[in-house]
Design a protein around this ligand. Structure first.
Ligand SMILES: Cc1cc2nc3c(=O)[nH]c(=O)nc-3n(C[C@H](O)[C@H](O)[C@H](O)COP(=O)(O)OP(=O)(O)OC[C@H]3O[C@@H](n4cnc5c(N)ncnc54)[C@H](O)[C@@H]3O)c2cc1C
Length: 174
């Protein structure tokens, strides 16, 4: 028989995030919406409790937790403020392509630097004609010497204006 109950650690982390969300986010959620404002203070405080980069392996400075933990945290954060939940979740989304496809050297360099502080990442996929239909992306990445030159327009990118690390989806041959 499969046991679907949460571990003691998962229950403790969910409570930690729930308490954090109700104490630090819920009281100012309305104000953030009204003023359409991003709160770096909340990002700093989430970093201080050790969960901003929860999905990144410990060897790169994250908490080494998994998708189920992320669902539990997303529920607690979203109950306090959907916008802040998207900001904090968007960070994990932006880091995931590096975790899945990055070389060990790239992961060590980028993830370790990112996870050393209260920084946000962004996942840049959606374009005007490429939402559900991801294969329609028109953004190009053309190699010039040792670099790629990226050309295109993205939209609906969570953390787009405030991230310090961007995973941009582009095609070498659209
Ligand atoms: C709060 C928020 C945050 C977001 N953050 C990010 C982000 O960080 N990074 C990022 O890259 N994108 C982000 N997005 C964009 C999101 O991923 C896209 O909105 C999503 O992929 C849908 O694309 P679209 O809006 O172009 O809608 P479309 O793909 O045009 O879809 C419109 C409607 O048509 C339906 N539809 C589409 N194709 C089919 C089909 N073949 N058959 C039947 N029905 C279909 C869809 O279900 C939908 O109801 C965000 C969006 C929101 C709302």
């Amino acid at each position: 028989m499969i046991d679907f109950s949460l571990t003691e650690e998962q229950r403790a982390c969910r409570k930690l995030v729930g308490d954090f969300a109700q104490k630090e986010i819920a009281p100012i959620a309305h104000e953030l919406d009204e003023e359409q404002r991003h709160s770096p203070e909340i990002v700093n405080k989430y970093f201080e409790i050790g969960l901003l980069h929860y999905f990144v392996p410990e060897e790169y400075g994250g908490a080494g937790l998994g998708s189920l933990d992320g669902c539990l945290f997303g529920e607690e954060l979203g109950a306090a403020c959907g916008g802040v939940a998207a900001t904090l979740g968007g960070n994990i989304l932006g880091l995931t392509p590096f975790q899945i496809a990055g070389s060990p050297e790239l992961k060590k360099e980028l993830l370790t630097k990112h996870c050393s502080g209260p920084k946000l990442a962004a996942f840049c996929l959606t374009e005007a004609d490429a939402g559900s239909d991801v294969a329609s992306i028109r953004t190009t990445a053309l190699r010039q010497g040792d670099e790629y030159v990226i050309n295109g327009t993205k939209r609906f990118i969570s953390n787009g204006g405030v991230a310090s690390l961007y995973s941009v989806f582009a095609s070498e041959d659209p």
